[in-house]
Design a protein around this ligand. Sequence first.
Ligand code: SF4
Length: 410
Amino acid sequence: MRVAFATLGCRMNQFDTDLIRSEFVKRGYEPVDFEEEADVYVINTCAVTVGGERSSRQAVYQARRRNPNAVVVATGCYAQISPEALARLKEVDLVVGNTHKSEIVKLVEEFLERREKKLVVGNVFKEGEVKHFGTVLYFEGVRPFLKVQEGCNRFCSFCVIPFARGKVRSVPKERVVKEARRLAEAGFKELVLTGTQLSQYGWDLGYTLYELITELVKIKGLELIRLSSLHVKELPKKLLELAVKEEKIAPHFHLSLQSGSDRLLELMKRGYALDEFKRVVDYLLTHRPLTAVGTDLIVGFPTETDEDFRKTYEFVKETPFAYLHVFPYSDRPLTKASELRPKVPERVKKERVRLLKELDEQKRKAFYERNRGRELRALVLSEDELLTENYLTLKRKAEAPPGSLVKVKL
Ligand code: SF4
């Protein structure tokens, strides 16, 4: 039997698809490309934006067109959040929530016997521990990504993720360290730690990201540990101090700001005010000047005024971010923000996104200029591409094999 996969959304979903694929392979299924004809199609959906849901439905329609007799499974966050909406699609045979991703092979085989359409979605907040989950390793070329945590306890008012992924669950640090040591022994120089909200790592186990990192930096051969998205309110002082003095921690931190208006940060339930955020950024850049700080910004949050947007624009303009990720707000099911009024008109949102994307271009250029002439460590990604410790991609002939950590001068 041939099985094909489509994955929408974030790296978390990519990890999950890799695990589901390995379960099918264990059962003797042959993985084929999504563009090809298959007997089973698994669409790992996304619900973080309206666009994510739309692309997920399109993948469902494509699968059904490719093989009218195939089993079409919709899983992932959209299935977890809005199972009925997906079940209403005649193209879908099985709707499986994040809670039951580990049972997809069994559910497909039951369907092949009985051909009964089914909806299998549990209460994600009841998840005692993550099913499905040793340390999940995922490679982007020579870069291993280690998923060490899932879920989020924060419930920002615009965010659907806690309802899709549940509360924080972490992999015990002994297992993470064992996997990281195995990677270092295999010659990997850089390791990316990732999760739904990495800075909440260990909260369910009685320790924090700090304890994990102090273990990981002791591993011989592991030269760079890169951290995925962090929340400024979840960075204890000792972790910040470690981040600026420990060479093995990559000087690249993605700190989601979302808005430069304190009024909106309050409505978003982000848990910090602008000056707190600024203090963390200033601390990192003062104590480790080559650091790259990237951020996320939501534009068009309900009730956002011209004045709110001006504050965001001015704050971002004066803060030396290395890059910006800009997202237009969209109402999400189950979230508090979806009840807020008035909504910002789409054309206004579009213009504000355009202005911040323009600023993003300037920030990226300015960050590159700030590093000109600086000597940096860089991971060789391929024969003509390198990634520096502070997250600059360099297109140049590499003097060493992929996976090597070299010194470069910009
Ligand atoms: S911290 Fe991030 S993942 Fe958690 S609720 Fe807020 S935006 Fe969503």
